[in-house]
Design a protein. Structure first.
Length: 342
């Protein structure tokens, strides 16, 4: 493979895998804004030109020599792996993209590797903050494949970090995700009810731009050989988040929660989970904390989906459970990172 370009003498260089994806695109833009020389890699190049080069390559199926050539050709100081298979892929595809790719990246010996991991590497947890020292016992193929990829980096001695990212929201959220699907439904404004599986979960949400800032901080850090949690730092009711999207969109859309097919009486559906990442280490190690409120993240998601959100002074959602498990009163704005936003 021909060299991608010369090493810049006045700035550091980063190579971002998965550059055309939801998170990868924001990561590329964050590095470019910070003055890094950016090159991206994706299965296909975008139709619209970007401020940085994106090279077409399916890295999950690339030969190790191709990956080495990418790293050396760009003169990369840092490689960010934002590629991978998500929900809906087969278990074999997840292993290929989330586990085997990281093994090949480690074998390519990059100067520094930032691996975007997942909160699902921890598996089911009690109602307490999830720390990096806690057990990792994923129960899904996705969680297992992401954990295997994380271990491939952490056990190799390669310089770098694993960022275990919580549920990501914000502009560009995939319509295959819950929040993206809800936003797409609201944008159509068809008057049809919104039919969803029971919204029983409490999850940790973080805006995609905060994630990109965390990746930038990790790339610039000298910390290595660790997993670091990146999240909002709060467990938020998914039912409340969906209701808030509807309220911000100014719609009267009716939400219909349909029981999970095949679940026995009293059985907990897959959504019945609770997540809150303890982000203390990210603050201490990287100087990072989330800065974008969940309300702002949801409004920008709606705007990107061409569903123009109304003023934030809209009706409040139903009461939710706090991170400590106590009921809170309805509020006009959702919280994020332990702070209240209106």
């Amino acid at each position: 493979m021909a060299a991608i370009g010369r090493r810049a003498e006045d700035g550091r260089a980063v190579l971002v895998l998965g550059a055309s994806g939801f998170v990868g695109g924001h990561v590329c833009r964050a590095f470019a804004a910070a003055g890094w020389r950016v090159a991206g890699v994706a299965r296909s190049t975008p139709d619209t030109p970007a401020a940085y080069d994106i090279h077409g390559l399916d890295v999950a199926r690339a030969d190790p020599e191709q990956i080495v050539a990418l790293v050396r050709g760009h003169g990369a100081d840092v490689v960010v792996n934002a590629a991978g298979a998500v929900w809906g892929a087969t278990e074999a595809e997840m292993d290929l993209s989330n586990r085997d790719l990281v093994r090949r990246l480690v074998a390519a010996r990059p100067p520094r590797l930032i691996q975007l991991g997942s909160v699902h590497e921890y598996g089911p947890v009690p109602r307490a903050g999830i720390t990096e020292a806690g057990p990792t016992a994923p129960v899904t193929p996705y969680g297992r494949s992401k954990l295997a990829g994380a271990r491939a980096l952490l056990d190799s001695g390669t310089e770098g970090l694993v960022l275990r990212v919580s549920n990501v929201s914000g502009p560009g959220t995939s319509p295959l995700s819950l929040l993206g699907m809800v936003a797409a439904h609201l944008a159509k404004d068809s008057g049809e009810p919104l039919r969803l599986a029971p919204l029983l979960a409490h999850r940790d949400f973080v805006d995609v731009r905060d994630v990109a800032d965390a990746v930038l901080a990790a790339a610039s850090s000298k910390a290595t050989g660790q997993a670091v949690n990146i999240g909002g730092g709060q467990a938020t009711s998914v039912r409340e988040v969906v209701a808030r999207l509807v309220a911000l969109a100014g719609r009267d859309t009716r939400i219909v929660e349909t029981p999970v097919a095949g679940a026995g009486a009293g059985a907990r559906p897959p959504e019945a989970e609770w997540q809150r990442l303890d982000i203390t280490l990210a603050d201490r190690l990287l100087g990072w904390r989330p800065r974008i409120s969940l309300d702002e993240s949801l409004r920008d998601l709606l705007a990107e989906a061409h569903c123009h959100p109304v003023s934030s002074a809209v009706r409040a959602p139903a009461p939710t459970m706090s991170a400590t498990g106590h009921h809170q009163r309805p509020r006009a704005g959702l919280t994020h990172g332990g702070r209240k936003y209106e």
